[in-house]
Write a new protein. Structure first.
Lengths: 255, 482
């Protein structure tokens, strides 16, 4: 496709008056997967939250175009309905609301926005079960309260399940790999790969290189101090893995 | 996160959909309360002599009592002489024999409230007694119930037709002098429901009473008496609404339940009295005494309440567990918004051996509302092996409301096992954002979260009403619940 899906232009963001993002530029085309890496506190999660529209982040400069639209002017739910998905680093628990009910409500909200009717209950179950098989989740999982009492790995796999059911155009996954053992990591990667298509894009935010072994990103950006200090191909991730983050510190000063 | 709180406040701006007034000519007693009022009321109801004396006795007890003020609620003094104690639609003469005799305006009112009384439209598995101000308008499915031996009629009718039963049980659980509002009710109660389920009979239908308070400036004092004989079982539900009026209206009901050996009574309430406006003007004062007695061994009484209305709610549906191995349950959802106040909970009095009680209370506060749980678990010396489990959860929406828990425990037998758990939580900005990031509008998200919070109580409601309760929550937190 090669067309632009997401264009971040000189994005500056403050949290409680303190500048966190200091001029982010990034262009992601349809069909692409970009990874953003960087040490803790570099602003990676802030970027993910700003893209999804979370409260408490003040954009002081710059703009973000999603499918040519002014993303920052949209409410979080409008962004989701337009096909943006944020995979949470820490998914929230909602007691008494079953996973299945939540997923169905979300899917129907998105379908309604597209002018489609509510999904048939049987079709929905069939769809969810099929997607669950991809990432090795038991059916029983659907009837538990959303994220309540889930293990860390289950929470992350549930994020991927939601992504697979909602089929977003742009998936922003915030440290989807953190706290996963190697088997769970592979399962999560499987989920991501299953959704890869020329019609979609992915922005993976990660601290470690290991997930990237299974999903092969088109580009890797390194963030530090609220800026992208280096961009490259998949080999950049390997380099980071070898050398750690210390060597990029001096780069901050030069940008 | 002040932004979020402001947004939440906007979301929970309430609309009251049952607030219309029915224009009917009414016959009413002039305002004021004295012995004359009681004579007049009793005469209107064509009551036997003993009932009049019962009322007068209650009235004299009431005169010596003081209005209680220990509840965590605030309101200006009530002028009992300014209220009228009887109002009935004029067209209605006594109990109508059939729906043809009922003023079509009244039928229309109930239809509008979603309680169709006509044969063709009425709820399939539910017998309904519809009470309009001080009188019962109609009772459906009378024949089906009669065939099973079940009596379900207005209490005013029961006093005339079944005096022995009424005399035996009326006031046997809540005596006339029990408390200030119970005494007042005993003196001036106008109507309510009477249920009698004979030995070994499982009531074939859900029974339901719908209370509609229409006239202004009257107090509504309904009285309900439910008796389940040995091995009998019955499920009963009451619903209540009132028009929007700028003055406060007093509603002081008494409900008595009696379960004999092996009998089960399930009593559910969906209370949606007018709560007042956003500034706290108007609304019903709902001061209610509800008590059930598990008189026989292995009997069970279960209270389920969904309280969304009223300016002030003050009620503690309770169980006296007298029979050995008897079981008391209390499941409650109380929602307060704007300036609503609720002080509600239960009392579980363990007297018999191996008696068991469960209390699940869910309080939801929004706006400037105050929501209190007040519960007493009392285990007497005789109650060997008594058990209680109490769980009180509070959910706060916004930062100007309050939730309070007042658990009282009195345990006189060392073998008792009493457990209490309490939590207070807020609908967090994170939960809302999580839902929004999945395409769900904030008001639908709040609805989902609140319904999830109440799930353990809703599943105790009769199926026909569980959905209604969920929808009602939607109205109560209009906008925030969809």
């Amino acid at each position: 496709m090669g067309e632009v899906l997401l264009k971040i232009d000189n994005l500056h963001v403050c949290v409680e008056g303190k500048p966190i993002l200091k001029g982010i530029d990034l262009t992601l085309n349809y069909g692409q997967m970009h990874a953003i890496m960087g040490p803790n506190g570099s602003g990676k999660s802030t970027l993910a939250n700003v893209l999804a529209g979370r409260e408490g982040y003040e954009v002081t400069q710059g703009q973000v175009l999603y499918q040519g639209q002014d993303l920052l002017a949209m409410s979080p739910e409008a962004r989701a309905r337009a096909g943006l998905f944020l995979g949470f680093q820490y998914p929230v628990e909602i007691p008494g609301v079953s996973n299945l009910y939540f997923l169905k409500t979300a899917l129907n909200a998105i379908r309604k926005h597209r002018g489609e009717g509510e999904i048939d209950a049987m079709d929905f179950i069939a769809l969810v079960k099929e997607r669950m098989r991809l990432i090795g989740l038991e059916e029983q999982f659907l009837y538990r309260s959303l994220n309540e009492g889930f293990s860390g790995g289950e929470k992350k796999r549930n994020e991927i399940l939601q992504m697979l059911v909602l089929e977003p155009t742009l998936s922003v996954l915030d440290e989807i790999d953190s706290g996963l053992d190697i088997d769970a990591l592979k399962t999560v990667a499987q989920g991501i790969n299953a959704l890869k298509s020329p019609k979609r894009g992915f922005l993976l935010i990660t601290h470690y290189q290991r997930l990237l072994d299974y999903v092969s990103p088109d580009a890797v950006h390194v963030m530090a101090g609220g800026r992208i200090v280096k961009s490259g191909g998949a080999e950049l991730a390997k380099e980071l893995e070898r050398k750690g983050y210390a060597w990029i510190e001096p780069l901050q000063a030069t940008v | 996160m002040t932004v979020t709180h402001q947004e939440l406040d906007k979301l929970i701006a309430r609309k009251y959909r049952e607030g219309f007034v029915t224009e009917v000519e009414e016959e009413r007693l002039p305002p004021g309360l004295n012995e004359e009022t009681i004579y007049a009321l009793s005469a209107k109801k064509q009551e036997p002599e003993w009932m009049l004396h019962w009322r007068l006795n209650a009235y004299r007890l009431w005169l010596k009592m003081e209005e209680p003020h220990w509840a965590h609620v605030k309101y200006p003094p009530i002028d009992y002489q300014a209220l009228s104690y009887y109002a009935a639609p004029k067209a209605q003469k006594g109990s109508p024999k059939s729906l043809d005799e009922v003023d079509p305006k009244l039928l229309e009112t109930f239809e509008k409230l979603g309680i169709p009384l006509h044969e063709r439209a009425r709820l399939a598995n539910v017998a309904v007694d519809a009470v309009f101000d001080s009188v019962s308008v109609a009772t459906t499915f009378k024949e089906t119930l009669e065939k099973a031996g079940v009596i379900f009629c207005p209490i005013s009718e029961a006093i005339r037709k079944y005096p022995d039963l009424v005399q035996e049980y009326l006031g046997s659980v809540v005596p006339p002098g029990d408390n200030f509002f119970a005494a007042l009710n005993s003196a001036v109660f106008s109507d309510g429901s009477f249920v009698y389920v004979p030995k070994g009979v499982r009531c074939p239908l859900e029974l339901s009473t719908y209370f509609r308070l229409n006239a202004s400036g009257i107090g509504q004092f309904e009285r309900t008496l439910i008796i389940a004989e040995e091995g009998a079982s019955v499920s009963y539900l009451e619903g209540c609404t009132a028009p929007m009026r700028s003055e406060h209206q007093l509603h002081a009901a008494v409900v008595e339940l009696i379960a004999l050996e092996g009998a089960h009574i399930k009593y559910s309430t969906v209370q949606n009295w007018y709560p007042g406006d956003e500034q706290g003007r108007g609304g019903i004062y709902n001061f209610v005494t509800k008590r059930g007695e598990c008189r026989g061994a292995h009997s069970k009484i279960s209270w389920t309440q969904v309280e969304t209305g009223s300016a002030i709610t003050w009620k503690y549906p309770s169980c006296i567990l007298r029979g050995d191995y008897s079981v008391g349950e209390f499941y409650s959802v109380a929602v307060t918004n704007h300036f609503q106040q609720a002080d509600t909970g239960t009392k579980m009095i363990h007297i018999g051996k191996h008696t068991k009680s469960t209390i699940i209370s869910k309080g939801i506060s929004a706006g400037h509302a105050q929501n209190s749980y007040r519960g007493l678990v009392k285990v007497l010396k005789s109650a060997v092996g008594a058990r209680n489990y109490t769980q009180c959860d509070s959910l706060l929406i916004g930062d100007k409301c309050g939730a309070h828990t007042f658990p009282y425990l009195e345990v006189k037998h060392p073998s008792a096992v009493v457990e209490h758990e309490a939590t207070t939580s807020r609908i967090s900005e994170e939960q809302l954002f999580y839902c929004q990031s999945r395409g769900i509008a904030p008001e639908d998200a709040v609805s989902m979260i609140v319904n999830g919070f109440c799930k353990t109580v809703f599943k105790e409601l009769p199926l026909e009403f569980a959905v209604e309760a969920q929808n009602l929550l939607g109205v109560s937190l209009e906008g925030s619940v969809g």
